[in-house]
Design a protein around this ligand. Structure first.
Ligand code: NAD
Ligand code: MG
Length: 386
């Protein structure tokens, strides 16, 4: 059997290592031709994965770490490369299946490059759709690339829609765990620390998405992601707080019927679905024990405590450029929170300010317009913080 050629962008992160775990379990270098693995600061982790999987090239986004990567790969036969252009070149190398798992808007350009050259694109980097909007879909349409969601909610929606007609979708219910502050009052949320925000009750994830989950900006990004992935109107997309994270999302149809996708809170479910699609081989995830769970809880989301949800609705109406601003302002504000320069609740205030100040109605025409607007939104937020 011909081995599939695989590239993992963001191979050293939480999604990246879960992806490599599935590749290893499925036979690693014996079963796949690994083209490129990319990372940034974790050179030891990147090099050891690249050697184990016999990758053609390992790329660090950080050009100052090229010598370290070369040292770590010496004699292994794996090429080393560094910097933004090397990242784009790696994404452009022919591959059958690419995992897009860089964090933040830094993932957009490499993801677009992978979409341009075709193959299957498993999308964990939701920011590519939030910042780039229609751009990524257009690239996929041009090259014939197959876009498969690797976010648990969107994988769930995709699974619920298998064999269904899009005209018969009435609503999509995106579930949210509510994060570590789901039971906090606004007053309690005022003084929370980055450490508290990073400690997610259900999922073990990277720092950025953990804080986004605490503020529900992650859910905001996911509502926008759902709009593009499934061609939905904003009025069709709902959020439901479901603290156990067993129902990953649901789709309601015109006859009142609802299909839900369930599974344990383990990203290897969604990643494995995208890796093996359309097959469903055994995956190393726990099986749900409903009797042990006893109950599944649901509550309405509260956009007073979590204004990110209200801002997402605004962006859904405004279009992709507003997504660019929301995400860039959110990333800059998150840095301010991590640096302890602003409080947790100020993040949403700054994002709202950026959406009000910057011109951002409609869809981006090209990557340059996204990059420029992204920079303007970050500059606005940084000016407010200092
Ligand atoms: P992470 O922080 O654990 O890993 C990020 C990866 O991106 C690392 O490999 C890092 O080296 C690389 N990276 C960081 N900055 C970079 C830059 N400037 N240029 C190039 N590469 C860079 O993040 P994660 O939790 O794995 O999340 C990755 C993406 O997947 C995010 O878009 C996130 O929203 C999405 N996602 C994550 C989860 C999860 O459970 N972790 C679930 C759904 C979606
Ligand atoms: Mg998700």
């Amino acid at each position: 059997m011909v081995k599939r050629r695989i590239t993992v962008l963001g191979a050293t992160g939480s999604i990246g290592t879960s992806t490599l775990d599935l590749l290893d379990r499925a036979g690693g270098a014996e079963a796949f031709d690994v083209v490129a693995l990319t990372g940034s600061r974790n050179i030891a982790g990147l090099a050891s994965a690249a050697k184990r999987l016999r990758a053609e090239v390992a790329v660090t986004a950080d050009p100052t770490r090229l010598a370290d990567l070369q040292d770590a790969l010496a004699g292994s036969g794996v090429s080393a490369a560094a910097g933004p252009q090397a990242l784009l070149d790696a994404a452009a190398e022919p591959a059958d299946w690419t995992m897009s798992a860089i964090v933040g808007s830094a993932g957009l350009a490499p993801t677009l490059r992978a979409a341009q050259r075709g193959g299957t694109l498993a999308l964990a980097n939701k920011e590519s759709l939030v910042c780039g909007g229609q751009l990524l879909l257009d690239e996929c349409a041009r090259s014939g690339a197959v876009l498969l969601p690797a976010d648990s909610e969107h994988s769930a929606i995709f699974q619920c829609l298998r064999g269904e007609r899009s005209a018969e979708i009435e609503r999509v219910i995106v579930t949210a765990s509510g994060g570590p502050f789901r039971d906090f009052t606004l007053a309690q949320m005022q003084d929370v620390t980055p450490e508290q925000a990073i400690a997610h009750p259900n999922w073990d994830m990277g720092v950025g998405i953990s804080i986004d989950s605490a503020s529900m900006f992650n859910k905001a990004l996911e509502l926008i992601e759902a709009k593009y992935l499934f061609g939905l109107r904003s009025s069709q997309i709902e959020v439901l707080v479901h603290r156990q994270s067993i129902i990953h999302s649901m789709v309601g149809f015109t006859d009142g019927s609802i299909i839900a996708q369930m599974g344990p809170p383990d990203m290897r479910g969604a990643i494995g679905f995208a890796l093996n699609y359309p097959d469903r081989p055994d995956l190393p995830v726990e099986r749900v024990d409903f009797a042990a769970l006893a109950t599944l809880d649901f509550t309405a989301p509260d956009s007073e405590r979590f204004p990110a949800l209200r801002l997402a609705q605004q962006v859904l109406e405004m279009g992709g450029l507003a997504g660019t601003v929301l995400n860039a302002a959110k990333e800059a504000a998150m840095q301010g929170f991590l640096d302890r320069k602003i409080g947790f609740l100020t993040m949403a205030d700054l994002v709202e300010g950026a959406l009000n100040v910057l011109p951002c109605v409609g869809e981006p025409s090209d990557l340059t317009s996204v990059v420029e607007l992204d920079a303007a939104a970050r500059a606005y937020v940084r000016a407010q913080i200092c």
